[in-house]
Design a binder for this molecule. Structure first.
Ligand SMILES: [Zn+2]
Length: 601
């Protein structure tokens, strides 16, 4: 009875200890363990006859396993994604209704087309409306029972105004007339300083949900410089109805799919990721302007907007955005490093402050001055992201040197995420850029909010979506360059929560490998097993925000189970040692006496 009570007490204290012990081991990132999971990709091909596409060959061309990586420092995350493809060819009626919708939202503009560098009749379709229409009509071609990313590849050259294959020869001969390309467009406003930005030359779009749309017949665009399908076939002298024509077309489709899979659906991370309960975005705005005092420095960024977008990306964490303002002159050392790092050369009209010596001066591995500006007391449940946002005089911006360069383009940057600190630079002219543009927007410019959200995305591990294929620059994401979005795409929201879940589960499994079942941990192991099943169910439904909290519990319980095992083992080894030592002592003390007695008795 006493023994039973003792065990019960021990077990109760174990459950209590499980809560107390597990004070956030989740910050650890394990990269040596492996996890293989399914990721489904539904490819919807519009405007191309299914007879022309060999889906077996198409599947062979596509990556079936993706080893996810931390690009910096260049190791695998441990997660492997098994990519399952499904190919759907919607009916001709669907294609026609899509074209009908596009016609209803089309806007024709005779305008200088920067790809052709001449005035043309360009047709524009609002990118967000097109995406919404496709998302809403997905149920027309599949039942939605398998959770997946959807990639729509459309050839609309039959149904909407596009460049024709015969125009390709004219383009090559530089005799352009009556070209009628089509594009997708968006209009943006800087939320701090109201600059209006028209983004007209896009050929694909998506990311508000789990759908991405590539119009193979749109363009050509000055941004991506890729050939529309009808020009690519002409350039390669392809006839679809021949055996090679079908092979060529199938490969062409697979190349588009590859970019979307690598850039959007199963992206790598730039830095190792780590879930935290609290993320602190600690922004120090350094006003270095000596020329202009407008706009007021506190009007150049919006802490609530930064917080809002990060909360949408990290729904399970607390986000704190702290902002302080200083004048560069208040730190003599800081002014000195800026002055001595300024390049004497001019790049176009931009003067560059070399970011590398400034970073060396700040970083802990370098001179170590970062601690003069940020009080970083990192607890395991916290991730502290320091941001130094400079506003420089005139056309000064941070830049990087390259060992060889013949262009006089500015190697300047608005921001860079360096792993331990973010450096941001806007010039005083950026804040009123509208005063300097061809179509003037007096006193309007670009604030710091958008740049900060982008760079924080890098610090959390997100890469540029167009890293593999420039097409994916056209996506509803602050991490893209061409659009001017403030929010992160659904693909990025998924990839972070999925990545956190993967790393929690891999760490938990590494712990569980060290744990054998014993009398004390049966209940605990059963509870872990049940939770694992719940995590995997949410995960396979792509409900990552539901999967992660359970994965965190699994991780804590697995760490505790390992701790119990190791404690028991220490105790057992310890007892054995105590027993052995006391036996030796007894032998030494009493052995000779016993022997002596034996001898003389
Ligand atoms: Zn970037």
């Amino acid at each position: 009875m006493k023994v039973l009570f003792g065990i019960l007490l021990l077990f109760l204290s174990c459950t209590w200890l499980a809560q107390a012990f597990a004070r956030n081991p989740e910050m650890r990132t394990e990269i040596n363990t492996a996890r293989l999971v399914d990721l489904n990709v539904r490819v919807v091909v519009i405007g191309i006859s299914p007879e022309l596409v060999n889906t077996t060959y198409l599947k062979w061309n596509l990556p079936s396993i993706k080893f996810q990586q931390y690009l910096n420092p260049g190791v695998t995350t441990g997660a492997r994604y098994r990519l399952n493809y499904e190919f759907i060819f919607p009916s001709r009626e669907f294609e026609d209704s899509f074209a009908q919708y596009l016609k209803s939202i089309a806007k024709l503009e005779v305008f200088n087309n920067p790809f052709f560098e001449t005035n043309l009749t360009n047709t524009f379709y609002p990118a967000d409306l097109t995406e919404n229409w496709l998302r809403y009509h997905q149920s027309d071609f599949y039942d939605g029972s398998v959770p997946a990313y959807t990639l729509v590849l459309a050839n609309l050259s039959r149904t909407v105004p596009s460049v024709s294959s015969s125009q390709y020869s004219e383009y090559i001969k530089k005799s352009m007339s009556n070209f009628t390309p089509h594009y997708y467009n968006m209009t943006y406003y800087d939320s701090d300083l109201y600059f209006t930005l028209r983004r007209r030359w896009m050929t694909s779009w998506g990311g508000s949900g789990r759908l991405y749309f590539i119009d193979l017949s749109a363009g050509p665009s000055n941004v991506t410089k890729q050939l529309p399908l009808q020009w690519a076939t002409k350039a390669n002298n392809i006839t679809f109805q021949t055996p090679y024509g079908s092979i060529w077309l199938t490969q062409y489709l697979s190349d588009w799919i590859y970019g979307a899979v690598e850039g959007l659906f199963a992206p790598d991370f730039i830095y190792p990721i780590g879930f935290a309960k609290n993320f602190i975005i600690d922004v120090l705005v350094i006003d270095n302007r000596t020329d202009l005092r407008i706009p007021a420095i506190d009007a150049t960024l919006s802490p609530p907007r930064i917080k809002e977008e990060l909360e949408k990306l990290l729904p399970l964490s607390e986000i704190e955005v702290k902002v302080r303002f200083i004048n560069a002159t208040s730190s003599k050392n800081l002014t000195n490093i800026i002055v001595t790092s300024t390049s004497p050369g001019k790049y176009g009209n931009i003067s560059v402050i070399d970011a590398r010596p400034v970073y060396n001066w700040l970083s802990a591995e370098g001179v170590g001055h970062l601690k003069d500006f940020f009080n970083i007391t990192e607890r395991t449940s916290e991730l502290h992201i320091p941001v130094m946002a400079f506003v420089f005089t005139g056309e000064h911006q941070f830049g990087f040197t390259f060992k060889e360069d013949l262009s006089d383009d500015a190697e300047s940057i608005w921001g860079v995420a360096l792993g331990d600190v973010i450096l941001i630079s806007h010039s005083s002219h950026d804040l009123i850029r509208g005063n300097f543009t061809e179509r003037r927007q007096p006193q309007r410019g670009f604030g710091l909010t958008n740049t900060i959200i982008h760079e924080v995305g890098h610090m959390l591990g997100l890469t540029h979506p167009f890293r593999i294929d420039p097409t994916q620059d056209f996506v509803a994401s602050v991490m893209a360059y061409y659009p001017y979005e403030y929010g992160y795409s659904q693909f990025e929201k998924d990839s972070l929560l999925r990545g956190y879940t993967d790393s929690q589960l891999m760490a938990a499994k590494a712990d569980l490998r060290e744990v054998g079942p014993n009398l004390l941990n049966q209940e605990l192991l059963l509870s872990i097993q049940r939770k694992l099943e719940v995590v995997e169910r949410h995960y396979s439904e792509m409900s990552y925000a539901e999967a992660l909290p359970v994965a965190l519990k699994v991780r804590r319980e697995a760490a505790f189970a390992r701790w119990v095992t190791e404690t028991i083992s220490i105790f057992t080894t310890g007892s054995l040692a105590v027993f052995s030592v006391s036996s030796i002592v007894v032998l030494i003390t009493f052995g000779p006496r016993y022997l002596r007695r034996k001898k003389f008795e």
